[in-house]
Write a protein that binds this ligand. Structure first.
Ligand code: PSV
Ligand code: MN
Length: 429
């Protein structure tokens, strides 16, 4: 399934009158406020969010999984689906692979397919949280932290293999998330488990080329419910600091206890040049993996405010391109492709609004401890309807004025079902 430039052009034609009206109004409001519209559009054009290879099918819970039909049957088809998303919004020009769910058996062909669709490979993810058929040692009691050196070595080898796959495809980072931890008090020696994890990570880190990053993800609970070896950003940061400059922390928005101030974590990590990447999603309770921006869009905006602050004003060299922007979500009831389009739109919305914040005025309000004014300044940006700007960015980049609208007009899901069948199941969780 491929969306043609003609289909996009005729869709955009239908939206042109309304769009012109809305965009002209917004730019005139912006020029009164001294906002540089072109600067924002150029940031938006450059900003690409990677789609997770494991989120292109309908997810589920341990209670059940309801297939959407037409799910990609292999990696080639997953890349085609990302191609559909990217054609619709021109903001999804990357894919993040999970190994062994998505082993590139023919890396050359996969790379070529991705290049044709203007898609690059973002971080590769290792998986030592599930046992694979025929695997010698089990990860039931942990992987990189395991008490048995043979299990640790198997997990280390797997991570090194993942780096090799990534190298073949042009990835520049490996993301490591460990399910390692304990379910009951007394089960694990916390200090020894962390020391063993560090020792294992050192062996993987040694295999990184100089232009690669190791992204260390943290999570407070699940699947272990008493302790996890890397429960929080502090522990991830500690490991990343001990490992070296190429190791960084990855912030998955769902990996925090309720009401954690994630924007503050982002600010501190940026201060230390240790923010390596993001897994965007949203949640009401914890790792719900819901559509980004569906529950706490204001929090997302505040996170982006810190990102912009850290990039513009940080003493250490942070840049938008030095951070890996990825989605990590699961779709139980929605069409995953529509859901991903919504996530990218929410991310771009928060990003755009954060660029509208009058940083000079905000700095002044902070210096003067004018708390109400500081809030007014944030609200001024937050309350602005930036949809015409996002649409303008898409139209200029030959994407669809209204991505979900065109997706539905073209009956993409129906066509995918005709092509692939109604009962296909994509690999992933
Ligand atoms: C774990 O909850 C996680 O966030 C990690 O990033 C995994 O790689 C991914 O989800 C698996 O779905
Ligand atoms: Mn994640």
């Amino acid at each position: 399934m491929k969306i043609s430039p003609d289909q996009i052009a005729s869709h955009n034609q239908k939206h042109s009158v309304r769009h012109e009206k809305e965009f002209t109004l917004l730019t005139s409001l912006f020029s009164e406020r001294g906002v540089d519209t072109e600067r924002i559009i150029s940031h938006l054009t450059d900003f690409q969010v990677a789609v997770p290879s494991w989120a292109l099918g309908a997810g589920g819970t341990r209670f059940g999984r309801f297939s959407i039909g037409g799910e990609p049957r292999n990696l080639q088809e997953k890349i085609e689906d990302v191609g559909v998303l990217h054609a619709l919004n021109r903001s999804s020009g990357a894919i993040s692979l999970h190994i062994p769910w998505d082993i590139p058996d023919d890396p050359k062909a996969i790379k070529q397919k991705a290049e044709e669709l203007d898609i690059r490979f973002d971080a590769v993810n290792s998986n030592t949280f599930q046992d694979q058929p025929g695997q010698k040692h089990s990860y039931k009691y942990g992987s990189l932290c395991h008490t048995d050196e043979a299990v640790r070595n198997q997990a280390i080898e797997h991570n090194i293999e993942v780096i090799k796959y990534g190298e073949m495809l042009g990835s520049k980072a490996i993301t490591i998330w460990l399910a390692d931890g304990s379910n009951f008090p007394g089960q694990q020696n916390f200090r020894k488990a962390l020391e063993r994890t560090l020792g294992s990570l050192e062996k993987i880190y040694d295999k990184l080329s100089s232009d690669w990053k190791m992204l260390i993800e943290y999570k407070p609970f699940e699947p272990n419910f008493y302790s996890t070896v890397i429960p929080d950003w502090g522990t991830s940061h500690l490991l990343a600091s001990k490992l070296g400059d190429q190791a960084k922390t990855l912030v998955d928005l769902g990996h925090h206890l309720p009401n954690t101030n994630i924007e503050q974590i982002v600010a501190v990590l940026m201060m230390e040049n240790k923010l390596g990447g993001f897994h965007f999603n949203d949640s009401k309770y914890a790792d719900d993996d819901l559509t980004t921006g569906s529950i706490k869009p204001y929090q997302l905006f505040l996170i982006f405010c810190e990102l912009v602050e850290g990039i513009d004003n940080g003493k250490k060299k942070n840049s938008f391109s030095s951070i890996d922007w990825m989605i990590d979500a699961s779709h139980n009831v929605k069409d995953p492709l529509e859901d991903l389009l919504q996530s990218v739109e929410a991310i771009n919305t928060a990003f755009t609004k954060s660029l509208l914040v009058d940083r000079k005025k905000l700095g002044q309000a902070r210096e003067e401890n004018d708390v109400a004014m500081a809030q007014e300044i944030l609200q001024d940006a937050w309350q602005t309807d930036v949809r015409p700007l996002l649409r303008e960015n898409r139209i200029r980049n030959r994407a669809a004025a209204e991505p979900i609208g065109l997706y539905r007009t073209l009956n993409v899901r129906k066509k995918l079902i005709e092509e692939r069948g109604a009962d296909t199941t994509a690999t992933g969780l």
